[in-house]
Every structure is written in structure tokens, then in C-alpha cells.
Design a protein around this ligand. Structure first.
Ligand code: ADP
Length: 495
């Protein structure tokens, strides 16, 4: 049998943007990502501002005596004050923190540093003064200098210094400072690395938590879909959505859905009752009409050929509608549990022979019956009901005739194996398409090839299946387009 098409596989784009789960996850992931990134950047910026401010305070404190000397030598220039300023520069400058004075005329007053240490490199001092201030240049090492008067320079050994004018005296002289910030940068880098580590860890944990949570939140909706997909006309009355621990909105949806199912079940049962009633009321008069028509045909020697043809057509239509009403009645009885079946050992070979004889009188094509050789020794019995089995066989033969080109034979075959009997009805007709095969036993289903060929109701095979199963058997079909179809009825053999 052809398998039903599996669920359509969605692309990642559709799964992400086109599904509730994807959208929920995307929204949660992006807010978490944005939140963590903003918090990390803010922490880093605050830390950096704090370090810079602390550094400036330290510089101002350390440069206290120097600013006094500079102001004094500016307001009263004398060789004593100049010497004193020079001494203070020497005393307060160390390799990690250099102070120097830039006179108004551009001349520099540099510290001498401690004897034994390499002297101050004038080139470095000039570079420190000329470097552009407040740029993004050292963003990579976690320093954000934009909007400050700070300049970043490197000495010959590669140490990073921050330089800036610390104090301006009344005569326009500037007291400069350049401080080695390599240690601070290392500290900031450590903070950055730590933050990045925590950021990644938190992000991964949050992603896992969001995945689990969103899946759990949407689980009731998935349950709803599965239960709703399983509801059929037969299970309408018994199908109810029971969602444990569903969120309020989904629980309300399930409640409305259950109400809808109840109303549908009621309407469906009323409709079935109506169909049963109408079929019953119509069948009897139609059977009487059919009987009269057949009698008329038999005694219609005085009718002309056209009248005979009209009678034959009317009789065939009456027969078709009577059969359809019978099918409807059987289905209606089975649904209301009133399909009575008296099962007993039945000689299947005899039922087959009778059905073939009956069918041959109506068919204008060969009908071949093959019985197993055991049939010669005695009847082959199955547990069944004679009339119903005959009804099933005639129905299958009628279909085989309906869906075959004229002249093609129909073959019936009986075989037995391991406590089971198998009756097959085979034709060389138009065949059934693979898409239709799984549905041919469904109520009102008509194959696409059949619709073009013959009129029908799509009820015959569903009644056949119903009757065979009511006899404890099963039915299946194999078919190939333009080659033919073979229906197999399996019945339990009588002991
Ligand atoms: P219908 O009134 O349409 O014959 P059935 O229930 O008897 O209804 O059959 C259902 C469908 O199965 C048909 O419409 C037809 O497509 C297909 N079918 C049944 N028997 C045959 C067959 N012997 N050969 C080809 N198609 C068949």
C-alpha cells in the first residue's frame, strides 16, 4: 500500500521566523544577547573611568608641590625659584610617572631622574605632547579615550604611557605628566577577559534554559495539534482534548475545541440518523419499482427496442440507487451497533460458485473461478455469513467489471493457508493510482481515474471492508495503473 506523505520539512528560515517557537526563541535570545553585551560594556567603561579618575587624582596629589613651585616661579621669576622648580621636578619624577614643564616660549624643563637610571628621552617627551588627544586609537586594549584630553604614547620598550597637561600657571607654562599605564591596561584586560568568559558562559546557559523553557511552554499547543489531528468522524463523540498543566490560554482554547467537538458529534449523529431513516424509507418503494421493471422487461414482447432500452436503463438506475441505499443502511446500522451478523461455518467454495453464476448472468465478459483441489474432497469452510459474503463478492466483481475495458476477464481464486482462507478478485482493468490505494476503503472516496469512467458513490468498498471485518476477516488491495487490481479477502477457516 502506498504510504502517506510525511510532514513537509521546513527550511531553517521558516522554522526560525515562521514558527511560534522560532520567534519566541529569537526574541529571547536577542534580548539576552543585547542585555549581556550592554551590561558587560557598561561595566568595562565604568571600570576604565574609575581607573582613569583614580590615576588623575594620584597625579594631582603627587604634583602638589610642583604646581606650587611652578606658580611661584611664574609670578616671581628668579633663579632661586627656577632652581627650586627644577629640584621638585627631579624629586617627584620617577620612570613610571614623569613630570616636565613646557614654557610659554616652547622650551622644555625636563627632570633629571635618579642617578644611575637612563635620562629622560627628549624625543619621547615631544612625542607625548604631540600625540593626538582623545582618539579611539587604543580601543583594542580596552581604553576609551574619546572626549578626554589624554594622549597615548609608547616608549622605546613598548610600555604605554598616558600623557596630558596637568596644570597651567599664570604665565602660560604647562606642567605635563606622562604615566606608565601598562599595569592598568593589564588589569583592564584581565577584567575584559573575565567578563567575556562570564558573558559566554551565561549566554550558553541562558540559551539552553530558553530552549528548554520555550519548548515546554509550547508543548500543550503541540499536544493540541496531535489530538486534533487524530479526531475522525468515528471518534468525534469520544475525542476530547485533555491537556495537563496547560497554560490558561491553551486550556481555554482546548475548552472551546471540546465544545466544538461535542456540537459536531451531535450534528453528525443527527445526520446519520436522518440518512438511515431516509434510506430505509426510500429503499422499499424502489425495490418494488425495480421488481415491476424487471417483470415488465420479461413480458415486454410487444414493446419496441427503444422502449426496451429505456426500461433497461430505468431498471439499471433503480438497481444502482437501491444498492447505494443498502450501503448507506449498512453503514448507518454499523455505526449505531445494529449490524447483525450471524457467523457460522460457511462453504466458501459454494458461495463463490453461486456468486459467479449470478454475476455471469449479468456480465458480458469471461469470469474465471479457480478453486483449490481440496474442494473436490469436500466443502472448504470459513466462519462467515453466506448472504453477506455473497454481497461482498458481488460488489467486488461489479467493481472489477465497472473499471475494466470490455472483454477483459475477471478471475476469482480461492486458496487456504495456515487456518486462513484467501479469496482474491482480480481484474485487468484501469488500476488504482498509488495515492488512491490507501484511501479506497474510505467512505465516499472515489479514485481520480474512476471519476472519469463511471458513476458511483464511493461507498461500495467501505461497506465491503465493514462486512469483511464484521466476519472477523480483513481485506487489502494491490493495483497497478493500466495493469489491473487484485483484492484479497482473508477469512478465518472454520475448524
Ligand atoms: P465507487 O462507487 O466509486 O465504485 P467504491 O467504494 O466501490 O466506490 O470504490 C472506491 C474507489 O476505488 C473507486 O472510485 C475506484 O477509484 C476504486 N476502485 C474500486 N475497485 C476498483 C477496481 N476494480 N479497479 C480500479 N479501481 C477500483
Amino acid at each position: 500500500m502506498a504510504s502517506q506523505a510525511g510532514p513537509h520539512r521546513l527550511g531553517w528560515r521558516q522554522r526560525l521566523f515562521g514558527s511560534l517557537l522560532g520567534q519566541l526563541r529569537l526574541a529571547a535570545f536577542s534580548s539576552v544577547l543585547l542585555g549581556y553585551t550592554a551590561a558587560s560594556a557598561f561595566t568595562l567603561l565604568i571600570n576604565q573611568q574609575f581607573l582613569l579618575r583614580q590615576q588623575k587624582t594620584g597625579q594631582l596629589l603627587a604634583a602638589g608641590p610642583l604646581t606650587l613651585s611652578l606658580d611661584r616661579s611664574s609670578s616671581a621669576p628668579s633663579s632661586v625659584n627656577a632652581r627650586h622648580l627644577r629640584q621638585e621636578l627631579d624629586r617627584l619624577s620617577i620612570r613610571e610617572r614623569l613630570f616636565w614643564v613646557q614654557r610659554r616660549d616652547g622650551s622644555l624643563l625636563l627632570p633629571g631622574l635618579v642617578p644611575g637610571e637612563p635620562g629622560v628621552n627628549q624625543g619621547f617627551i615631544k612625542k607625548a605632547m604631540a600625540a593626538p588627544q582623545g582618539t579611539w586609537q587604543d580601543l583594542s586594549i580596552t581604553l576609551l579615550l574619546v572626549g578626554t584630553d589624554l594622549r597615548l604614547v609608547k616608549d622605546q620598550e613598548g610600555n604605554s604611557f598616558l600623557s596630558h597637561p596637568l596644570h597651567r600657571s599664570s604665565d602660560g607654562s604647562l606642567l605635563w605628566v606622562a604615566e606608565d599605564i601598562s599595569t592598568n591596561i593589564n588589569a583592564l584586560r584581565t577584567i575584559l577577559l573575565g567578563l567575556a568568559g562570564i558573558w559566554i558562559l551565561c549566554l550558553v546557559l541562558t540559551l539552553v534554559a530558553i530552549s528548554i523553557l520555550t519548548r515546554r511552554i509550547l508543548q500543550p499547543l503541540r499536544d493540541l495539534r496531535v489530538i486534533a489531528a487524530g479526531v475522525t468522524s468515528e471518534s468525534l463523540a469520544t475525542s476530547h482534548l485533555k491537556l495537563d498543566r496547560a497554560p490558561l490560554e491553551v486550556a481555554e482554547l482546548a475548552g472551546s475545541f471540546n465544545g466544538l467537538l461535542d456540537r459536531l458529534a451531535l450534528a453528525w449523529s443527527q445526520q446519520r440518523q436522518f440518512v438511515g431513516l431516509v434510506s430505509h424509507e426510500l429503499r422499499n418503494p424502489l425495490m418494488i419499482i425495480g421488481g415491476y421493471l424487471r417483470r415488465l422487461q420479461r413480458r415486454g414482447q410487444n414493446l419496441d427496442p427503444e422502449q426496451m432500452r429505456a426500461l433497461a436503463t430505468t431498471e439499471a438506475e433503480t438497481h444502482r440507487i437501491t444498492r447505494m441505499l443498502n450501503d448507506l443502511l449498512d453503514l448507518s446500522r454499523s455505526e449505531s451497533g445494529q449490524l447483525q451478523m450471524v457467523l457460522a461455518p460457511v462453504a466458501v467454495d459454494e458461495v463463490l460458485t453461486t456468486a459467479c453464476d449470478l454475476a455471469r448472468s449479468q456480465l458480458s465478459r469471461p469470469l474465471l473461478l479457480t478453486l483449490p483441489k481440496e474442494a473436490a474432497e469436500g466443502p472448504i469452510r470459513a466462519v462467515a455469513e453466506t448472504d453477506r459474503l455473497q454481497q461482498v463478492l458481488l460488489n467486488l466483481i461489479e467493481n472489477a467489471d465497472k473499471y475494466s475495458l470490455p472483454g477483459r476477464p475477471i478471475s476469482l481464486n480461492l486458496s487456504q493457508d495456515a487456518g486462513k482462507l484467501c479469496i482474491s478478485v482480480q481484474d485487468q482493468g484501469i488500476g488504482i493510482s498509488p495515492e488512491d490505494i490507501p484511501k479506497v476503503f474510505d467512505r465516499f472516496h472515489r479514485g481520480r481515474n474512476a471519476i472519469e469512467h463511471e458513476r458511483g458513490s464511493g461507498l461500495g468498498l467501505s461497506v465491503v471492508k465493514l462486512l469483511v471485518e464484521a466476519m472477523g476477516g480483513s481485506i487489502d488491495v494491490e493495483s497497478e495503473i493500466a495493469v489491473g487490481s487484485r483484492f484479497h479477502i482473508h477469512l478465518p477457516a472454520a475448524q
